[in-house]
Design a protein around this ligand. Structure first.
Ligand code: AHM
Ligand code: MG
Length: 337
């Protein structure tokens, strides 16, 4: 196989981006470096999940009532431990923990806030299907000392960076700091993430929809009409839309980012706010998709405009290509049926 035109490690890319900001202190770059180490540590366990005693469940449930997998616990603790002592974070929050996570007393605190879903798609672990980790970064709003809940509960448009790691047939670190969405594929033989997807732009329109259609009977009529419409011949391709659904948001959103189309987890009769969490899943993914030229919505407005009121709140979420999102909204608002 021919080598790429240039080898660019994630570490070097982060440093080069920092040098474009003369006032940068290096704190933010250090945070990203630590995140890349956390990603490699989690990948190392994920990739041997079938070999060692990490499969199966613990007997705990998390704040959303899900059964906690051993790998969830490992990923949760590993990310925290990789990030707690760098001096750049004042507080963290994780999908697996009810309350905010304080930086231990022996370490200094910094100006950033990290929220993360340590292992997304955990119901797929035992079947060796794609899973991921998601992160969202804000600047603190309090001025010093330990961070607070107030630092964590910021609307998505205030994110200064967000990204995810997808543990699929290869492992890719995708992130954005407001200057393009970039993907780095892990070369396990050298232990480095190498630039593989520079400046990702989501197609203006796709032909894939990704959602748990098993919930169809509980959706409202606008949503049902939209899906029924997508199953007819698409004018652009002469085919109906294809359904692709992994049940791991990272995987489904990553495919949507690269191929276009729409990913959604709408609210329904049983769960009006849907299933996915605003702070750990929807905000960071909405930021990535919007920065790549796509759109996000909670059905009414951009997900990034939603003012959070609690750490683990859920929200309906729609992410995708500009044209697909426009069409979906027309159905949701009853302008088409
Ligand atoms: P989790 O594994 O972090 O709890 O994430 C929840 C997952 C998402 O990754 C995915 O989009 C969704 O739950 C799938 O839900 P469902 O099984 O209802 O389709
Ligand atoms: Mg998740």
């Amino acid at each position: 196989m021919a080598p790429p035109k240039k080898f660019m490690t994630l570490e070097r890319f982060i440093n080069e981006q920092e040098s474009m900001h003369p006032g940068a202190t290096g704190e933010f770059s250090a945070l990203l470096h630590d995140l890349s180490l956390a990603a490699k540590l989690v990948w190392r366990e994920v990739s041997k999940a079938g070999l060692v005693d990490v499969l199966g469940t613990t007997n705990q449930t998390n704040s959303s009532g899900d059964i906690v997998k051993k790998l969830d616990v490992f990923a949760d603790e590993t990310i925290f431990k990789a990030m707690d002592h760098g001096g750049h974070i004042c507080v963290m929050a994780s999908e697996e923990n009810e309350d905010i996570l304080h930086i231990p007393d022996e370490y200094v605190t910094g100006k950033y806030v990290l929220l993360y879903d340590p292992l997304d798609g955990s119901s797929n672990i035992d079947a060796n299907i794609t899973i991921g980790s998601i992160f969202s970064i804000f600047k603190r709003v309090t001025t010093s000392g330990k961070g607070t809940l107030q630092d964590c509960l910021q609307p998505g448009y205030k994110q200064v960076a967000a990204g995810y790691i997808i543990y699929g047939s290869s492992t890719i670190f995708v992130y954005c700091t407001g200057h393009g969405v970039h993907g780095f594929t892990l070369d396990p033989s050298v232990g480095e993430f190498l630039l593989s997807h520079e400046n990702i732009r989501i197609p203006k329109k796709g032909n894939i929809y990704s959602m748990n259609e098993g919930n169809f009977s509980n959706w409202d009529p606008g949503m049902q009409n939209y899906i029924t419409y997508l199953k007819q011949q698409d004018k652009a391709t002469g085919r109906p839309y294809s359904l692709r659904y992994i049940g791991t948001m990272v995987g489904d959103a990553h495919r949507t980012l690269l191929y276009g189309g729409i990913f959604a987890y709408p609210g329904d009769k049983k769960n009006p706010e849907g299933k996915l969490r605003l702070m750990y899943e929807c905000n960071p993914m909405a930021y990535i998709i919007e920065q790549a030229g796509g759109r996000s919505s909670n059905g009414t407005t951009s997900v990034l405009n939603v003012a959070p009121t609690s750490l683990h709140q859920h929200t309906p979420v729609f992410l995708g290509s500009e044209e697909d999102m426009k069409l979906c909204e027309e159905f949701l608002q009853g302008k088409r049926s």
